[in-house]
Design a protein around this ligand. Structure first.
Ligand code: F0G
Length: 482
């Protein structure tokens, strides 16, 4: 994305890439969409892509790749051990993060599985700025307790706080005082905090966390899956970082971390993951588990082609004019929706545009899953597949009680460099129409509820015939349009 000014005052994000490979999309009629969403149990994860127009479910593994990434994939060395491809990736990681050890894993949650097995003991606590679904599941599976110590502003939907992903330093000190440092497994910082709207933390905040951790001998584990967005926001919003390059900011963050792990389905725009550290003791423990769960130490479950793509992708991530595309498209979408009165999370974050379903559907109680209902309704009226990030994404506790999520968000991911501005405009148009007709939307209830990570494959039905009414209103307003 360039900083090109438009003479007539339009402020549109201008792409600094061109499209050279395309995938045909389907926009099936609303009558088919009604069938499809019911076949999928009102769970957008279960929709078939042939029924989806804009896939805004996630940015995971679906970012556009560059010509240089594709070219690199053709020269991968597929030796089982000692592969040249691995050495290239290892060297690139050392160059960018300055870490001595790199252990490959097949994706982000595989790193979480291994790190949790090694660092989490039953009854230990993992303080963090906010949890991610798979992270929490692995920590809990190993008997750990997740303590979210976000700043108060983190959950305020409308805010002008530049760093809603910051960890609350006072609460961290308090937590250590209450439980004792020996009860803390590690402190986890998640870049581009996923579940609260892709919100960043500042470099200054990370430095403060480091000071506390040094005082009490605690490890900092950085989840760098959404690092690209966080880097861009630090450069844009943190005064003292304005003159630092993206590489310098990355290195400063890496130097403050003991362990860095990432999903390369996000960071590096390919598919895979890995753990980086300078800590020999941690490395030796993790190393034993990689061949057990992932694959040999020079591929860790990844294909060599993907590793080549990650190497190039990580290098490209150090380009500010590459990593600003996502946040700038998201900011555009958030601004346009705000102009139409649609409640969205602000400031605009990374990863995607987040709609506040709690306010959008203020007539629905949380027990009827407003974010899930909104995801279902939006698919119905647009063919757009978003993701529920609310109570459905939570897990029941050991007594079967259902915790209500802090927020009910409909996440509309903008995979990097995938959609055009006219597609974003289409999304804004349908969302604004849905907002005007929000009273027609009703709730959902479970028909099939899995015990673990229920949002992935749980099935729900509507509590009334609200979808039929919504279809009728759509036909009335849009005629025979798709
Ligand atoms: N950490 C963060 C912050 C993530 O956003 C994700 C994945 C993971 C870890 C796990 O990585 O998928 O490679 O196993 N987020 C995806 C999403 C699933 O849609 O937001 P993974």
């Amino acid at each position: 994305m360039s900083e090109v000014k438009f003479y007539y005052g339009d402020n549109v994000p201008l792409e600094m890439h061109k499209v050279r490979i395309v995938q045909k999309l389907n926009l099936v009629p609303i009558e088919r969409r009604l069938e499809a969403i019911n076949e999928a149990g009102n769970n957008t994860f279960l929709l078939k892509n042939s029924d989806v127009f804009m896939d805004m479910l996630t940015d995971s593994g679906v970012n556009a790749m560059s010509d240089k990434q594709l070219a690199a994939m053709m020269q991968a060395d597929d030796s089982y051990a000692g592969s040249e491809t691995f050495t290239k990736l290892e060297n690139k990681i050392q160059e960018i993060f300055g870490t001595k050890y790199f252990l490959p894993a097949h994706q982000g949650r595989a790193c979480e599985n291994i790190l949790s097995q090694v660092l989490v003991k039953p009854g230990t606590i993992v303080p963090m700025n906010y949890h991610f679904t798979t992270t929490k599941a692995h920590i809990v599976l190993n008997g750990g307790i997740v303590e979210e110590i976000f700043i108060d502003e983190a959950l305020r939907i409308k805010s002008d706080n530049s760093f809603k992903g910051n960890l609350d330093i006072e609460k961290l000190k308090e937590l250590i005082k209450t439980h004792g440092a020996e009860k803390i497994a590690f402190v986890r910082l998640e870049a581009g905090t996923n579940l609260i709207g892709g919100q960043p933390f500042s470099l200054e905040n990370m430095e403060e966390v480091r000071k506390v951790c040094d005082e009490f001998g605690l490890l900092i584990v950085l989840d760098a899956s959404l690092l690209a967005d966080n880097l861009y926001f630090i450069k844009q919003r943190e005064e003292r970082c304005k003159n630092m390059s993206i590489r310098e900011i990355t290195r400063a963050m890496a130097d403050l971390s003991d362990v860095i792990y990432f999903s390369a389905r996000k960071l590096g725009c390919a598919r895979g993951g890995g753990i980086c550290t300078n800590n020999e003791e941690v490395y030796m423990k993790i190393r034993e588990l990689i061949p057990l769960y992932e694959g040999f130490l020079t591929y860790g479950g990844m294909s060599v082609r993907e590793m080549e793509a990650i190497t190039v992708g990580l290098d490209e991530t150090m380009d500010e004019y590459m990593i600003n595309q996502g946040p700038q498209f998201i900011a555009y979408m958030v601004d346009e929706l705000q102009k139409k009165g649609v409640p969205v999370v602000t400031p605009a974050g990374g990863l995607g545009c987040h709609i506040n379903a709690m306010e959008f559907l203020s007539h629905l109680p949380q027990t009827l899953y407003p974010a899930g209902a909104l995801a279902s309704a939006l698919y119905l009226v647009s063919g757009i597949r978003g993701m529920e990030r609310g109570t459905l994404s939570e897990q029941r506790d050991e007594n079967g009680n259902e915790p209500l999520a802090h927020m009910e968000l409909l996440r509309l991911a903008l995979p990097r460099r995938v959609f055009t501005l006219s597609q974003v405009k289409y999304a804004v148009d349908r969302i604004a129409w849905l907002y005007e007709n929000r009273e027609l939307i009703g709730g959902l209830k479970f028909v099939e509820e899995p015990k673990i990570l229920r949002f992935f494959f749980g099935k729900l039905s509507t509590v009334s015939d609200w979808q039929t009414k919504l279809v009728a209103k759509f036909r009335q307003d849009f005629g025979d349009s798709l």
